[in-house]
Design a protein around this ligand. Sequence first.
Ligand code: COA
Length: 229
Amino acid sequence: MPIHVITNENKHLYKDQIEQHYRIRYQIYVEKRKWMALDRPDKREVDQFDNDHAIYLLALEGDEVVGGTRFVPTIYPHLMSEVFPELASVRGLQRGYDVVEWTRIFVIPSKRGDGTGHTLADEVLAGMLEFCLEEGFSKIAVVCETFWLPRWLEIGWKAKPLGPITQIEDMECLGVVIDVDIETLEQTREVRNVPANVLVRRSCKPGIVSQIIEEHQRIQASRSTRYVG
Ligand code: COA
């Protein structure tokens, strides 16, 4: 299944799919999972991190969204820094140019695993690693439910908890950091039988990390020149 990379640069090409995915998120997280803090009258699940820094990987069947996930570079405000910093109370918040936060992975119910082999969810996971390697993100930080850990360890991911297991509403959650490297991507493809190169890039070449570094260097330079003379 092609997984499209959608950033601020090319989101004008995916207006309909971005809207579809907000509505799917509402159906999954609010209607099904009852994360009622995310409820909105317009029946779109959108939070403060769906901003210009958000990056979406959306699995599209034709023009229909069937799965996906979201990334936010940790140099910007993100879920763990703003809402759940206590989940990183042991190892500390993972923040840096090369660290990206991962949230909101989903697959529509009809495309979920049927126990017969690799799933669309596995393709999204492999697509995430492919994306990070292309962009230069070497770590993924995530607030997750504990059921994920054995799944990741089983496919060879190098995942370390950042703090204690914490009850959030009715869920047992953890802050985790995952190392990204080529070996992990290859192992994920092999163990879960995922084809190579699942990502599709329309008008968005890799370069997010270098853009972030340049932007911050510009800000630093303008700050230091304010006092000269
Ligand atoms: N709590 C505990 N276990 C869960 C779970 C949850 N919230 N969600 C999924 N699982 C388990 C399933 O029970 C299943 O276990 P099994 O293999 O022992 O039967 C396994 O994870 C695979 O899940 P399944 O939904 O069958 O298939 P999948 O791998 O194709 O999809 C998700 C996984 C998470 C993408 C899909 O379940 C989904 O979209 N869920 C809703 C969105 C969501 O909750 N995302 C995570 C938080 S952002």
